[in-house]
Design a protein around this ligand. Structure first.
Ligand code: ADP
Ligand code: MG
Length: 268
């Protein structure tokens, strides 16, 4: 079989930062929607709070099997994902059971590989799989990092933004050594950038001098349409296509897709 005959598997990107409120879920939802304009995309909600599921308009009563079932390998793989209002975008929703996973997995074998094993069963159906991680570096985020090819790190433009990142970078290195040799930082994206605020500029300059090329060119502005869209259960691209937020997430999708395409496919 020549390499051209090979079935292409999805590129898997974990959206992670152990700090809460930095724009992980917002980035996961809107980047997934933007990518779905030209690719087949699956969004995995791995945060027990389920904000990505709610933000895409999937209410608690509509969820059924989700990421808990996937991690526990319950129910057939075909039942884990469901459609969203965005064409070509599917979601594996989160539910309350997910909060118990940390404890349920403690004694189980290969507990770090649960999500990887689950997503391998779906990888041929998608071009991109994005994982929205919870705000911690526990077993759920660990599962995301083991399953992922790359990590996308949202960095909020505010004081102390860089402090938490070094811990995440160390965790990524540890996961690379122990579980997933191909794992890399796919990009750091500056979020909630406020042009009228000098602090935003300072944080951006600091991040670029410290992390260099790892910081993506695209910057996500603070834009009220982004948070409004979430409360309406849709992406900002559906809510207000002409807003600065929608434009920025469209650019982020193009930039990230180009970076990912430039890397060779993972071997394992
Ligand atoms: P995390 O998932 O990292 O905890 P969220 O994505 O939930 O963070 O974002 C935290 C809050 O900030 C949410 O209320 C969200 O609507 C808001 N928010 C995120 N990004 C932006 C933005 N670019 N402009 C305005 N509000 C934003
Ligand atoms: Mg979140």
């Amino acid at each position: 079989m020549s390499s051209n005959d090979k079935i292409r598997a999805a590129r898997i990107i974990a959206v992670a930062n152990q700090k809460g409120g930095v724009g992980k879920t917002t980035t996961a939802i809107n980047l997934a929607s933007a990518l779905a304009g030209s690719k087949r995309v699956l969004l995995v909600d791995l945060d027990p709070q389920g904000n990505a599921s709610t933000g895409l308009g999937v209410g608690y009563d509509q969820r059924g099997n989700g990421s808990y079932a996937a991690l526990m390998q319950e129910a057939p793989a075909a039942s884990w994902a469901r459609e969203t209002s965005v064409e070509n975008l599917h979601i594996i929703t989160a539910d309350n059971d997910l909060a118990g996973v940390e404890i349920e997995l403690i004694a189980s074998e290969r507990r770090e590989y649960r999500l990887q094993e689950a997503l391998q069963q779906l990888a041929s159906q998608y071009d991109f799989i994005l994982i929205d991680c919870p705000p911690s570096l526990g077993i759920l985020t660990l599962n995301a990092l083991v399953a992922a090819d790359g990590v996308l790190v949202p960095l909020q433009c505010e004081f102390f933004a860089l402090e938490g990142i070094s811990q995440l970078v160390r965790t990524v290195e540890r996961v690379r050594r122990a579980f997933n040799a191909d794992l890399h930082i796919a990009g750091i994206v500056l979020t909630m950038y406020d042009r009228r605020n000098n602090l935003s500029e300072l944080v951006a300059a600091d991040a670029r001098s410290f992390f260099g090329e790892q910081v993506l060119q695209t910057v996500i502005p603070r834009n009220i349409r982004i948070s409004e869209a979430q409360s309406h259960g849709c992406s900002v691209l559906e809510y207000d296509r002409r807003s600065s937020g929608a434009t920025a997430y469209g650019m982020l999708a193009d930039e990230l897709a180009a970076r990912v395409a430039a890397r060779p496919e993972r071997k394992g």
